[in-house]
Write a protein of this length. Structure first.
Length: 142
């Protein structure tokens, strides 16, 4: 069913609840909604762009399908503080970060999914979850 897609527009930040390995601790994973127009040659079924912890094909910043994710919600939490980028700029930001040189390796504190999502939407990378005890606990159980 594609009905839930209508709650998102291009460039929206989407959050997902994720569980830490071997625990009941949850944290938020972030992605950017890119829609089904195949703007990046990613395929119409790949409607989100995000930085992942374990790379596929050596890539950390990838396009994937929202249907493969669990419960999700729009989370443009910085819209009151920052002006979202234009669609043209969001496209530029995604093209830059889809290049592995710019994407870089995943680092929970310095280069994570939230940094990518906020950079793509606002042109600046932010990480508010660093103050979240669950993230600290996740680091300890890895």
């Amino acid at each position: 069913s594609h009905l839930f897609y209508f709650q998102y527009t291009f460039g929206d930040i989407i959050s997902f609840r994720r569980k830490c390995a071997k625990t009941k601790i949850t944290y938020k994973h972030f992605a950017v909604y890119v829609g089904t127009k195949n703007l990046f040659g990613q395929g119409e079924d790949k409607d989100i762009f995000h930085r992942i912890y374990k790379p596929t094909d050596g890539k950390y910043c990838v396009f994937e399908s929202l249907t493969n994710e669990g419960e999700h919600a729009k989370e443009n939490y910085l819209d009151k503080k920052l002006t979202p980028s234009s669609q043209a700029d969001i496209i530029k930001h995604i093209k830059v970060m889809a290049n592995e040189t710019h994407c870089g390796k995943y680092d929970l504190l310095l280069n994570n999914c939230e940094h990518l999502a906020t950079y793509v939407r606002y042109g600046k990378a932010y990480f508010k979850q660093v103050c979240d005890n669950n993230i600290v606990l996740c680091l300890l159980v890895r």
